[in-house]
Design a protein around this ligand. Structure first.
Ligand SMILES: [Zn+2]
Length: 303
């Protein structure tokens, strides 16, 4: 969905709210406290005197909004603006910064930043997510992000950078995560928790650390000399392409990316990449996640 079709589909707050309610409760509204299915729509006055549409539970009497207890919780931003930002974030292949967002959808930088982080929270794979499986090949590699220290030498620069381990199933799904350093333990932990144990082949470059972390029978190490003969292809091409797409996104869009939030940015990038063939449904998939996930308080993002 692009911004034009979005504006046509949801020309006002009521249409956006209706879609949100149908997405949250496809079988009818249920009370968020007692799960009762008889809830009445009422008009109440908000703190600022503006009319607000709320539901009232016929059983326990609770009054709640359609966005209560979701990632939209407590937001005063109109839903049509939320939808526009959601649309921009699911469509942008390389991601979009808070500054770019507020140029398209008028709001303060602080609001844009907070809205983007909450949508980003909805664009994360389940913790149980794994790449690979029977009859697949998974590539594994590491990359260094950020922390450029000018005039302090290569070593100082490398120490200030964050290490990201990447996994990519050829023509399939990817996973990237930040680790403290590229150690044997960290690599082994990632192999064990993020690669499906039925994966028959794991391909890496010649780095010795992978040798100790990946079972020998599954492991195929790249040969650098052999790869130099063909500059356009390496064995870990899929994961390297994903890394470079992520880096182009950072350099081009975010300029300065907070290391504290790196995992969330990586998660967002992989979530979108893994759904690259489901483009028409991305908006509703992310919206559903926003409604199924718990609120993300501002203080939890600023530490
Ligand atoms: Zn109730």
């Amino acid at each position: 969905m692009n911004l034009y079709s979005l504006a046509k589909k949801f020309p006002n707050e009521d249409m956006a709210l209706l879609h949100l309610i149908k997405t949250r409760w496809p079988h009818g509204v249920r009370c968020i406290a007692c799960d009762h299915d008889r809830c009445w729509l009422i008009e109440a006055k908000g703190k600022t005197g503006k009319p607000r549409k709320l539901f009232q539970c016929a059983e326990c009497g609770l009054q709640f909004s359609a966005t209560a207890n979701t990632l939209f919780h407590d937001s005063h931003l109109p839903l049509t603006k939320w939808f526009a930002v959601l649309c921009l974030m699911v469509e942008g292949k390389k991601g979009i910064s808070a500054n770019q967002v507020r140029r398209h959808v008028p709001m303060s930088y602080k609001t844009a930043w907070y809205v983007c982080h909450r949508i980003r929270e909805a664009m994360q794979e389940d913790p149980s997510f794994k790449v690979g499986g029977p009859a697949t090949t998974v590539e594994m590699d590491e990359m260094y992000v950020g922390g450029r220290k000018r005039l302090h030498g290569v070593k100082a620069g490398k120490n200030a950078k964050a290490v990201v381990l990447g996994l990519a199933e050829r023509d399939g799904q990817i996973h990237m995560q930040r680790v403290n350093r590229a150690s044997l333990e960290n690599i082994r932990e990632t192999v064990n928790t993020k690669i499906d144990p039925e994966t028959p082949k794991i391909v890496t470059d010649g780095n010795q650390l992978y040798k100790g972390a990946i079972p020998r029978a599954k492991h195929e190490r790249g040969n650098h000399a052999e790869e130099l003969k063909d500059k356009n292809w390496t064995r870990t091409q899929t994961v390297e392409n994903a890394f470079s797409l992520f880096k182009r996104g950072i350099v081009g869009n975010y300029h300065k990316l907070s290391a504290d939030h790196l995992d969330r940015y990586l998660g967002e990038f992989c979530w979108r990449y893994n759904r690259r063939k489901m483009q028409p449904w991305l908006f509703d998939m992310a919206l559903t996640n926003m409604l199924n996930k718990k609120p993300l308080p501002y203080k939890d993002l600023t530490f």
